[in-house]
Design a protein around this ligand. Structure first.
Ligand code: ATP
Length: 435
């Protein structure tokens, strides 16, 4: 399958099956903003939960935080975002007047019409709005372009209210907004996105080794949720592309159909943010080591991931088409841990006695697994739907079930079918799903 084709096929599957819809579609949409439908919501929850479990719940040295999207605008002055969170923008002066990000162009002409380009100027990516009834300079507030600053300004609050000592981390999941100059590639570059961020606070001399540690941990996580190893790589940043706060950074990249692209950024931020907030706020943000009494501003290592790009990478990675008895079968080979549904329960036909058993079986499995009950259409089409939305197991209740109290379990990937007694169904499903 051609790679460009792959994205188009996925976009259409996402719409057809209810993963992703263009925002306000009946009004023609809104550029680089998307809504997530019933299956999309399930997949996003899985991504967030798997990240939260790994980064917060399975550790005793990370605390959670939910800071507001709106913050005192001085935060963005201190963090450097007002001055530096910008991309160089050029306009086509030829026929098409299209806008481009100068650092993403290879030549000095418009890639669309070949026209001349304007000199580059810096365009700040933060969305601005006003707070309160008066729209003047004093009422400007910004929609946060990252969640990290909410963590830095709460560093002392979390430190003083928890039992943590350096090294420790604060994690946050939340929406961010970036007025991106160029968009495209479906949900890869959005103007409203969701981030999963960890700020790891450590002693100044230790940040290089913690950086290595988090690079390894984060890469292992991407593999564990099912992304194929040969489509993942580290790409260390050169000196010319590091963000304004970074001592060093590395991207974890995924091989998207249009080429390698950033999935997660891992940065050594030094004490840049805490130092700037200490200066601007006049508040002491230093940490006191309880054993030595020494006072210092911790250094920070930050792994920062997008829910949306993880979502897209998982779907692209899982998408495949197979020939089965002269027909094309579309399968999302998602890992059971991220699949929207784990088990589908299907009565073979709409006979009331089959539907009744199937509903009972589904109700019973629902407390242990993400299940879907489906009685519509012919059984072949229902299997096709479950393959297409990545459900690893389908349990079919047929006429024999009424006799033998057993059902057929069909595996998505191999299409093998095994007969399982109803009393063993829960156990067999758990084993099949790797629980
Ligand atoms: P890029 O170089 O692609 O513009 P960035 O380096 O500005 O991205 P970071 O600030 O490192 O991105 O953001 C951390 C993570 O947040 C990214 O790895 C990505 O997963 C996600 N992300 C950032 N910007 C967007 C966006 N516009 N749409 C979707 N996800 C995004």
């Amino acid at each position: 399958m051609a790679d460009s084709n792959r994205l188009d096929l996925l976009v259409s599957l996402c719409k057809r099956r209810g993963f992703v819809f263009p925002s306000s579609e009946i009004y023609g949409g809104l550029n680089a903003v998307y809504d997530f439908g019933p299956l999309g919501v399930r997949l996003r929850r899985r991504i967030r939960d798997l990240w939260w479990r790994e980064v917060v719940e399975l550790r005793d040295d990370v605390e959670g935080l939910e800071a507001a999207i709106l913050m005192n605008p001085r935060v963005w002055e201190a963090s450097g975002h007002l001055a530096n969170f910008s991309d160089p923008m050029v306009d086509c002066l030829g026929e098409c007047h299209q806008r481009w990000r100068a650092d993403q162009l290879s030549g000095d002409r418009c890639p669309n019409c070949g026209g001349e380009l304007s000199p580059a100027r810096q365009f700040n990516l933060m969305f601005k709005t006003h707070m309160g009834p008066v729209e003047d300079a004093g009422s400007v507030v910004y929609l946060r372009p990252e969640t990290a600053q909410g963590i830095f300004v709460n560093f002392k609050n979390v430190l003083n209210s928890s039992r943590q000592r350096v090294p420790f981390g604060i994690a946050q999941i939340g929406r961010s907004f970036r007025n991106e100059i160029t968009t495209g590639n479906f949900i890869f570059r959005l103007r409203e996105l969701e981030m999963l961020e960890l700020e790891w606070f450590c002693s100044p001399g230790d940040d290089a080794s913690w950086f290595e540690y988090w690079c390894e941990r984060r890469m292992a996580w991407h593999r564990a949720i099912g992304l194929s190893s040969d489509s993942l790589r580290f790409r260390p940043h050169g000196d010319d592309e590091k963000a304004h706060y970074a001592l060093a950074s590395t991207d974890i990249e995924y091989r998207f159909p249009w080429g390698w692209g950033e999935l997660e950024g891992i940065a050594r931020r030094g004490d840049y943010d805490l130092r700037r907030h200490q200066e601007m706020s006049g508040k002491d943000l230093q940490y006191t080591d309880p054993s030595t009494g020494s006072r210092f501003l911790p250094f920070v290592v930050e792994p920062s991931l997008g829910v949306d790009r993880t979502f897209l990478a998982l779907l692209l990675d899982a998408y495949r088409e197979e020939e089965v008895r002269g027909e094309t079968r579309v399968v999302l080979g998602l890992d059971p841990r991220v699949a929207p549904f784990e088990v589908a329960v299907l009565p073979l036909s709409k006979r009331p006695e089959l539907m009744e058993v199937a509903r009972r079986v589904e109700a019973d499995l629902r407390s242990s697994f993400a299940t879907e009950y489906d009685e519509t259409q012919a059984i072949g089409r229902r299997y096709r739907r479950q393959d297409e939305i990545g459900t690893p197991l389908a349990v079919t209740i047929d006429f024999e079930t009424l006799e033998d109290q057993a059902a057929t379990v069909r595996r998505r990937d191999s299409m093998d079918q095994v007969r399982v007694s109803l009393s063993q169904l829960r156990e067999v499903c758990a084993t099949e799903l790797g629980r």
